[in-house]
Design a protein around this ligand. Sequence first.
Ligand code: PAF
Length: 276
Amino acid sequence: MKIFSTRSEIQQYLTRLNGKTIGFVPTMGALHRGHISLIEQAKATNHVVVCSIFVNPTQFNDPKDLQNYPRPIAADISKLEAAGCDILFNPPVSEIYDDNEHWHLNIGQLEFLLEGEFRPGHYQGVTQVVYKLLDIVKPTTLYLGQKDYQQFMVVSRMVEILDIPVKMVMCPIEREVDGLAMSSRNIHLTADDRQHSLILSKTLNWLKTNFDIKNIFQLEQDAMAMLQSEPGVDPEYIEIADGKTLLPANENSISIVALTAARVGKTRLIDNVVIR
Ligand code: PAF
């Protein structure tokens, strides 16, 4: 696997690949099976697979969270090599951002809903870095995970607004055998937290199973009560949303997704399930 840390080096290398399709998997490292499934999907349909590892400071609204974000780069490199990734882009912050760089892309209400309400500024940071990475790598196809469902919607909106020539693919959530969605943050869960965290996927599955039995208002109330009754779990939201807009769904919505975020001990987790 080739490893680059500067824009100019990776761009020089990529321009020599003329005509080859590039599958791109942007990550913040601390790779798990979820990330590797994105690499595998990219490998299946592209000549070349590029992965980036960059812990993007602009998308963290809590400085402690940024500081504590896991950075096991040697283990990540081994995992990427084992998965057959062709190129890793692992730049320092100075290679991506100028000092005091500020800009805002208007992506409408998607920025402020759900995650956007609890993590103000988060999606501006995501659009900034993904825009820059797409500009550097110029991939044919961009692979993002369903676990960050709203992030996929936000990036799709940016791609649409800025008319960026890239195809987007959403890859399914990878779960532990007991249902916990894989996340780089799971390593922060204590043994007790790990048990309590299962309430997220259990509640989402309960919503899916009961969707045709109860009305949406009642489902959301009951689901919130389930999350609240689990020790050590402090839910931020659980919402049944329209899968295209993320506004509250109604029974006639064509696409429906249930999304949740909760603090489990000191760790913030998100999860979702597509209902329809
Ligand atoms: O999902 C992530 O890991 C990050 O938000 C992303 C897309 C790599 C941007 O920093």
